[in-house]
Design a protein around this ligand. Structure first.
Ligand SMILES: NC(=O)c1ccc[n+]([C@@H]2O[C@H](COP(=O)([O-])OP(=O)(O)OC[C@H]3O[C@@H](n4cnc5c(N)ncnc54)[C@H](O)[C@@H]3O)[C@@H](O)[C@H]2O)c1
Length: 317
């Protein structure tokens, strides 16, 4: 099977390629940069296509040249950067998704699996967040994710495309992406380990949902592998961990007790974080494709600090 990963050099993509290569799939990484965030022996077996999702022709060319069967569409500007660069966010997240779906349709690609986000929901949602709760996002990033899901669902209804999507909470990883409002969830591990100190830009009682990156990749593969007849919908929520900043700090302190943790809330960031639910009802994913998170907070913290100590950031889901 020939698999195209848009945004394949990023946090999620450079880890997702590992199990796909192990399945003997030919993986093509479609990205604007040639180096993966996480290097691995499996990366050496992938192909690189230098391209831009805002350019329809470049995706059509990649699909055609590599006879692509399925696409994982991950290329995106993340939440904080989308607020700073709204025109670019619109181009990459909106036009980019439309281009990927259109190139898939024209190229006879059988399946597009998309990484959405819980940022699709807005503030004031009751806990636990139910999948069909109203979606009135408080960020441009969330707006683009809602619209991308709707477009994917439209391609499914109109053209029979096998569009599948997961709304991920914050991905926590030893080397995380820096453009997300939730980047502090990963940064605390790196800074505690390297500098012995971490300053939260939210207060200790700020709460948020998160998922260990290894669990996120496992979720993606479970959804990807699920027989179509088991899917009752095209878009799913997954839950990993419901955390507060204090709980996250305490998990780090249990392993690195000398860490100096401080809190200097940034009002802009706090508004975004306060709009997030802490607990997610992911029963549809559990029913339809047997989803269950493997990692609790302490297991995740031990895993991440061990990877930082070993300078090995690869996932082996
Ligand atoms: N990081 C999180 O916490 C999180 C949470 C929920 C959902 N997601 C989603 O998961 C996906 C992957 O996120 P990530 O954490 O790996 O982000 P990332 O920033 O590490 O990776 C994104 C990749 O997309 C590439 N890219 C950006 N613009 C592009 C363009 N115009 N054309 C081609 N490639 C382009 C970047 O070079 C980068 O390699 C995104 O869709 C994101 O919205 C992430």
């Amino acid at each position: 099977m020939n698999v195209l990963i848009t945004g394949g050099m990023g946090n999620l993509g450079s880890r997702l390629l590992i199990p796909l290569v192990r399945r003997k799939y030919q993986v093509v990484l479609f990205d604007g940069r040639p180096d993966p965030l996480i290097s691995s022996p499996e990366f050496e077996k992938t192909l690189y296509f230098e391209g831009d999702v805002t350019n329809l022709e470049s995706i059509i060319q990649a699909v055609h040249q590599h006879e692509i069967d399925v696409i994982f569409h991950l290329a995106s500007l993340l939440s904080a950067q989308s607020e700073r660069e709204s025109n670019l966010a619109w181009e990459i997240n909106m036009t980019g998704t439309r281009n990927v779906l259109e190139a898939a349709r024209l190229g006879g690609v059988s399946r597009v699996t998309f990484s959405s986000s819980l940022a699709t929901y807005g503030p004031g949602i009751k806990e636990p967040l139910e999948i069909d709760a109203p979606m009135w996002p408080a960020s441009l990033y969330g707006v683009t994710k809602v619209a991308s899901e709707c477009l994917g669902n439209y391609y499914h209804l109109r053209f029979g495309m096998d569009f599948r999507s997961i709304r991920f909470p914050t991905l926590v990883a030893p080397r995380g992406a820096s453009g997300a409002a939730s980047a502090f969830c990963s940064a605390i591990f790196v800074e505690a380990f390297e500098k012995g100190a971490f300053n939260f830009e939210v207060g200790p009682d700020a709460t948020f949902p998160a998922i260990y990156i290894g669990d996120a990749i496992r979720a993606f593969l479970l959804l990807f592998d699920a027989p179509n007849e088991r899917l009752s919908r095209r878009v799913y929520n997954v839950h990993g961990l419901g955390l507060s900043a204090r709980e996250l700090a305490n998990a780090v302190l249990r392993i690195l007790p000398e860490t100096n943790i401080t809190y200097t809330p940034n009002p802009t960031l706090s508004v975004i974080v306060d709009s997030w639910p802490q607990f997610i009802d992911d029963s549809m994913a559990r029913i339809d494709w047997d989803w269950e998170a493997d990692y609790d907070l302490d297991r995740m913290a031990i895993e991440i600090i061990t990877q930082l100590r070993n300078r090995s950031y690869n996932e082996n889901p």
